[in-house]
Design a protein around this ligand. Sequence first.
Ligand code: AAL
Length: 403
Amino acid sequence: MKIKNCLSPFVVLALTFNLTATHIQKTPDISELDITPKKIDQLGITNPDKLSAASKRALMWPDDLSSEWFFEYNVYDLKGDLAYEEGVVRRDPSALIKHSGKYYVWYTKSVGPRDGFGGDISKEKVFPWDRSDIWYATSKDGLTWEEQGLAVPRGEPGAYDDRSVFTTEIMEWEGKYYLCYQVVGGDYVVRVKNEVGLAWADSPDGPWTKSKEPILSPADNGIWKGEEQNRFIVEKKGDFDSHKVHDPCIIPYKGKFYLFYKGEQMGEEITWGGREIRHGVAIADNPKGPYVKSEYNPISNSGHEICVWPYNGGIASLITTDGPEKNTVQWSLDGINFEIMSVVKGAPHAIGINRTIDPEEEPLAALRWGLTHQYMNPDYQYIRGFKTRRIIRHVAAGAPGTK
Ligand code: AAL
């Protein structure tokens, strides 16, 4: 793997981004281009003296456009207790780990339909992930699963996590297990702040001890406008994570613990890439914290659920769903400055990454297979499996020399 020469096709391009009323991405001037016969041939340009805007942008790409970071995928149903169950929500699977010959996964579980924000919020369930707890299941083959029961319940009334605990990730470190997860306390009104909690155990089967306080909270620098429960109306938006910190995932990295998360901003808008969603990182010396947000946040300009893995001394990140850089795989040498390595057709949602595969085998080894979730309908989601494949060359069905 030639990381040095593997400058992403979009790094240079990103430098030319310039938001104006007339165009989103500035096309380079001909004087900025390094036009070689090899590049002209590779890009299939008809006449180098007559370059379209698209060809000028393509000429900013590096020579190495290899496919090792590109993948396609398919999803499939699981068997046993993780097969779809009427009236039950199971979603946002954690990473997979293996213990005593069995795969383990943790996930959000709730029952009954969601009612939205129109009714009596103190009694109803506003989202499928409201009034949820964290459950877990095990499997010998990754296909047929046995639900083992509750791992981390909501807190007692009055606790910071008394309304819902959900969207969890597992970290195994020095024989101990850490689950980080989203929490909501009090009424789940539209403007409620979402925080991150942590629980730890000596065994993946628990018992789990919860942190007394959240380990991560939203930035406290946005200002709501008026009293109406409307998250889009603000005096000031504040940082990218001024409303919610979501999808936490802790990775041991360079002797520290990197907590990657998704931020939601007060006064979030729809822009040229869709929702304004970005990722941040908070770093600690110990698994239990304290976690200090990086001054370089946000570390993505797009994305949704966190899906990160260590690779080649750095961290790789799958960016999906929201923002102009959605559907890209990115990599950084420092866990902070990410570059685009590939653009994919799409990706499984809310990936539970497979931590039982050595991620160093190849850039996308960690994504070879794992878990995802799917919406059966707006009320009910269920956990499914996914597999990815690398596409190395074109194959014409039935042509000589191909199978
Ligand atoms: C997901 C995640 C978080 C949100 C909700 C449940 O896509 O980003 O987990 O809170 O939706």
